[in-house]
Design a protein around this ligand. Structure first.
Ligand SMILES: NC(=O)c1ccc[n+]([C@@H]2O[C@H](COP(=O)([O-])OP(=O)(O)OC[C@H]3O[C@@H](n4cnc5c(N)ncnc54)[C@H](O)[C@@H]3O)[C@@H](O)[C@H]2O)c1
Length: 374
């Protein structure tokens, strides 16, 4: 079978993981990478065994030999690169969050629908097999009616005033900084795992560290929040709460989601990716360690290894890329994409609108704010 040819834009932290996940599917080949400087791009392409490299992403969006543009740049560039790729009739994969604003996300969705190509956003975490199992057992009713969804995404990498990154620059990350960046993963998980939509939010956002002194560069007055506390309501009335910050010493990548229903609870923690905690009132609690034989038959294919061999973050990324590239390889109609096998720009737009509601609620001093419907 002829392999799908991918042009990958952005090769910093996440770009190499896109490359690895794409290679592991066996369905596609990354034929070129683009970064912000040509020399760096060439060096990285050589180290990674990619044939071509450029310092100008337009070379890739204009290249008729490329089928898919995969975007792994800072968020403000997602829109311009995606729109150019769509105008050239290419399928587009974008890392999360889809854009720095919901207006840009809406333009990207409209452009993708006009172009009739496949569009996807890499909310990769949800394709961990234990989260797929969580989704399946909630859908089949094991937890009863979902009443409370709670969790956090806590990290430590902004703890010191010398820590700095583009995610603190509103022109690159959007007005909410990490609340929309890391937060997007949790809003997506809360909706995907429960099968429900967040319809209202109540938010308190603050900036604990107002001045930063990056080791490289000038002192910066921080314009984006670095602490977010968010209460939410789901479309069937369940409530949720979520805290996020990268100011929490000791928390490396502590993304946690817990769902409590009328019969039972479950919890998944990113730092223990092979486990699912199941909470019961009239029986002992359980700790389910990944073992394909013990998982819902509909999601077993998301586990590639037998029990006892850990599967984690890169495996979830591979699962997602396999779903997206498999859909493209089969030549399926983009309108058939259901947002379950892979998130689309419609999923990304919905998450951007949650971010809008969070911003509006915080601005109004913490009043409930509805999430705009697409
Ligand atoms: N899915 C996930 O779990 C996950 C994790 C981290 C980051 N992300 C997202 O991925 C994106 C990239 O984040 P990152 O941490 O890899 O950033 P990064 O700063 O580490 O890397 C950014 C890359 O983009 C390139 N770039 C910048 N300007 C460019 C330009 N004009 N043309 C071409 N390339 C350009 C840089 O050269 C670099 O290679 C962001 O949207 C971020 O939110 C997602």
């Amino acid at each position: 079978m002829k392999k799908i040819r991918v042009g990958l834009v952005g090769f910093g932290f996440i770009g190499p993981h896109h490359l690895e996940a794409i290679r592991r599917t066996g369905l596609a080949e990354v034929v070129a990478i683009a970064t912000s400087d040509a020399a760096g791009a060439h060096a990285k392409a050589e180290q990674s065994g990619v044939a071509r490299a450029t310092g100008d992403w337009r070379t890739l969006t204009a290249d008729p030999a490329i089928d898919v543009i995969d975007i792994a740049t800072p968020t403000h560039l997602h829109g311009p690169i995606a729109l150019a790729a769509l105008a050239a009739g290419k399928h587009v994969i974008v890392d999360k969050p889809l854009a720095t604003s919901s207006a840009e996300a809406a333009r990207m969705l409209a452009g993708a629908q006009r172009a009739r190509v496949v569009h996807a956003v890499t909310f990769n975490i949800r394709y961990n097999v234990m989260l797929q199992h969580a989704r399946a057992i909630i859908a089949r009713g094991d937890l009863g009616e979902v009443r409370l969804v709670r969790g956090h995404y806590l990290q430590e990498w902004l703890l010191k005033d010398t820590d700095f990154n583009w995610r603190l620059q509103p022109e690159r990350a959007g007005a909410l900084g990490m609340i929309a960046d890391a937060g997007a993963h949790w809003y997506d998980l809360a909706q995907h795992v429960t099968g429900r939509r967040i319809v209202r939010v109540l938010a308190d956002l603050s900036t604990a560290m107002r001045v930063r002194r990056p080791t490289r560069g000038r002192t910066v007055r921080v314009q984006v929040p670095d602490l977010g506390l968010i209460v939410c309501e789901f479309d069937h009335g369940a409530r949720g709460h979520f805290a996020t910050s990268a100011l929490c010493a000791g928390h490396k990548n502590d993304l946690t989601i817990e769902v409590s229903g009328s019969h039972a609870s479950l919890r998944w923690e990113q730092e223990r990716p092979d486990e699912l905690w199941l909470g019961h009132r009239d029986a002992p609690n359980q700790l389910l360690r990944k073992d394909p034989a013990l998982l819902d038959p509909g999601v077993r294919h998301y586990a590639a290894l037998p029990g006892g061999h850990a599967e984690a973050w890169p495996d979830a990324f591979r699962n997602l890329m396999r779903n997206i590239l498999g859909f493209i390889a089969e030549g399926r109609d983009p309108r058939e994409a259901d947002e379950i096998a892979f998130p689309t720009f419609a999923t990304g737009l919905r998450i951007a609108r949650i971010a809008d509601a969070i911003a509006a609620s915080a601005k109004a001093g913490g009043r409930w704010q509805s999430v705009k419907k697409p």
